[in-house]
Design a protein around this ligand. Structure first.
Ligand code: ZN
Length: 621
């Protein structure tokens, strides 16, 4: 019941965006397609020299060439120009190169040919079809988002401005559930939430998904884990029991198949069903299979609250017994009463590392988490489903019981209301009932004051008025803990948010600000302003470290021969603009983003170029 409750909360929060549309869905999708086609590919902008030369030749000779001869001449001149001048596709000049290793920056030019970095150094007069003057700007490897969540979003509206505007060129996704494998059982569970977007799951394997993605294309690179919950659901459905030996073999075979097709490891999200039903031993067996293909074990642990220490112990045990590296998703210390515990959490992980265990973590640089407002209620409230919950909320006796239960910590469930420090720490992020729109961006304390009610009564009434569908932000972490985690050399950055545009079918006006601001916030607030880590170390944590963790060959560094995933930004001015009350704000400071050598983002706009690729595991066949 507990797990179902949390899953329901997650689904509510994730499923809200389509309801906030002001334009018909079809029109937005059409708009997205038209917009991409209208934007010219960048190399078409820079042929003015050839045109000028062609005109001069016409004037000097004054010969009335036949149409045929004229075209031949233009073609030969253009060829000569290309051969002599346009040696590269792109040259970035005067770059302050922060190469991703953590080494101090150095000055150089960078030349790109095709999808690769062709040369780095003082390149003098070499010419390129496109020249970018990076004077005053930092040139770094494209940022890698370690928890991207865009696998379905990319099939619906792939413009990805939320990611590109942060300098992200690659994301890793697949948290517990994953885009593959799919069968009748998994499709039955997932399809209803995709119907509003007219997206049909018409693939069964990871190969099939990548083929499907190829049709729509992606402007960013994407790699994925295979979810332990996904293979469990595919074999057992959503039941709360252990698999039989035969069923476990089937699950392992599905993990093996996904790994052969390029999955980066096996992942879990152990607070959501059906992944929550899995015991440690089952996860060790699945992780072993991932390990056979060079994959890792990545986890949203069983607890980030009062049970976190035990959850870390379980995580480390899985890594040890399956002999695989471990990645902890969105490391945090949840709960105001636990403030300061990050020191202990970090010490545990450091101790494991010192003892030879390969374990790392990713984080988003914010204090709030996001889920349904109704997830603040104790799990017994959801027994029997949402309508039962609403019915109970109308009962004054139940309200009295809730008020006493919600005012204390409980070992058996995570009390988000208390974790957030009460009504001041719970903010309504999204609503379905239009009459409640005025309250989005307000805390429960503020709403209670406006309505002249007791805070918990205001919360209960709000859940009732929106039929349990409101999304909320919970301010559950402390700034000190966040900084303690962010400055560890083994933490990277993951948004835990899917790609999004500022309009269209996927647009969510009250998404978590991490959607638009995580990377610039880490660089601006935590590196430049608070000096938590140097610029070079910050970039390392966003580039070579995640590339190394996921064995992404040829990515994560600025090196000759590496893929030209490149982010060019103003280090003095990069900053996040998204706030909790007004999150749909692009960050500032990122000037150009190249993905596989193609310019995908330029001065505040996506170019419409679709150059992203699947990122496959090291032993994919
Ligand atoms: Zn998670």
């Amino acid at each position: 019941m507990y797990a179902n409750w949390r899953e329901w909360g997650r689904q509510v929060f994730k499923g809200l965006s389509f309801r906030t549309l002001s334009l018909p869905k079809g029109r937005n999708l059409l708009f997205a397609r038209v917009k991409r086609k209208q934007i010219p590919h960048f190399v078409r902008n820079d042929n003015s020299r050839e045109i000028r030369l062609s005109c001069a030749i016409m004037k000097i000779t004054q010969v009335r060439l036949s149409l045929c001869c004229f075209f031949m001449l233009v073609a030969s001149v253009a060829f000569a120009q290309n051969a002599n001048d346009a040696k590269y596709d792109v040259v970035i000049r005067n770059a302050r190169v922060v190469d991703g290793t953590g080494n101090p920056w150095y000055r150089a030019d960078i030349a790109i040919q095709g999808d690769r970095i062709a040369a780095i150094g003082k390149l003098g007069n070499v010419r390129a079809a496109r020249e970018i003057d990076a004077t005053g700007l930092v040139v770094a490897p494209g940022f890698i988002d370690m928890l991207g969540q865009s696998e379905t979003a990319l099939l619906i509206d792939n413009r990805s401005i939320s990611k590109l505007s942060q300098g992200i060129t690659s994301e890793i996704t697949g948290e517990g559930g994953s885009i593959a494998p799919q069968n009748a059982l998994t499709i039955a569970a997932a399809q209803p939430s995709l119907d509003p977007y007219h997206l049909k799951i018409d693939w069964t394997t990871l190969d099939g998904y990548f083929q499907r993605l190829k049709k729509t294309g992606t402007p960013i690179n994407i790699g994925t884990y295979v979810g332990a919950a996904q293979v469990r659901e595919a074999v057992l459905g959503d039941v709360d029991r252990a698999p039989t030996p035969d069923e476990l073999e089937k699950m392992k075979a599905l993990v093996a198949e996904a790994m052969q097709q390029g999955a980066l490891g096996v992942s879990t999200a152990l607070i959501y069903p059906p992944g929550h039903y899995a015991k440690t031993e089952e996860l060790i067996e699945l992780a072993k299979v991932a390990g056979q293909y060079g994959g890792i074990y990545a986890t949203h642990m069983r607890s980030e609250g009062r049970g976190e220490i035990a959850a870390i112990e379980e995580t480390l045990r899985i890594g040890r017994e399956a002999h695989v590296p471990v990645e902890i998703f969105h490391l945090k210390v949840s709960g105001k009463s636990r403030a300061g515990d990050m020191t202990q959490v970090v010490a545990m992980i450091q101790k494991a590392r010192d003892a030879g265990q390969d374990v790392t973590a990713d984080m988003y640089p914010y204090l709030a988490g996001a889920t349904a407002l109704a997830s603040s209620l104790p799990p017994w409230m959801a027994d029997g489903g949402l309508n039962k919950l609403l019915e109970r909320l109308r009962d004054p006796a139940v309200r009295q019981r809730l008020k006493s239960e919600m005012s204390a910590d409980h070992p058996e469930w995570e009390n988000l209301y208390i974790d957030a420090g009460g009504a001041e720490g719970v903010m309504v992020a999204s609503v379905v009932n239009p009459q409640l729109k005025q309250y989005t961006g307000k805390t429960v304390a503020q709403i209670a004051q406006l309505q002249n009610k007791d805070p918990l009564d205001a919360l209960f009434d709000f859940v009732l008025a929106d039929k349990g569908l409101s999304g909320a932000l919970y301010f559950i972490a402390s700034e000190d803990d966040l900084q303690t985690g962010l400055k560890q050399p083994w933490t990277s950055i993951g948004l835990d948010a899917n790609e999004m545009s500022l309009d269209g079918i996927l647009f969510e006006p009250h998404a978590h600000p991490r959607t638009f601001g995580s990377m610039p916030r880490f660089l601006g607030r935590y590196s430049r302003e608070l000096h938590l880590v140097s610029l070079e170390q910050a970039i390392r944590k966003m580039t070579s470290m995640p590339a190394q963790r996921e064995h992404l060959t040829g990515r994560g560094l600025l090196k000759e021969g590496f893929f030209a995933d490149i982010t060019i930004f103003d280090a003095d001015n990069i900053r996040d603009q998204a706030t909790y009350t007004d999150p749909a704000q692009l960050s500032q400071g990122v000037k150009y983003v190249l993905v596989n050598g193609q310019l995908a983002f330029e001065n505040g706009h996506v170019t419409g170029v679709i150059a992203g690729r699947p990122l496959l595991g090291q032993r994919a066949r």
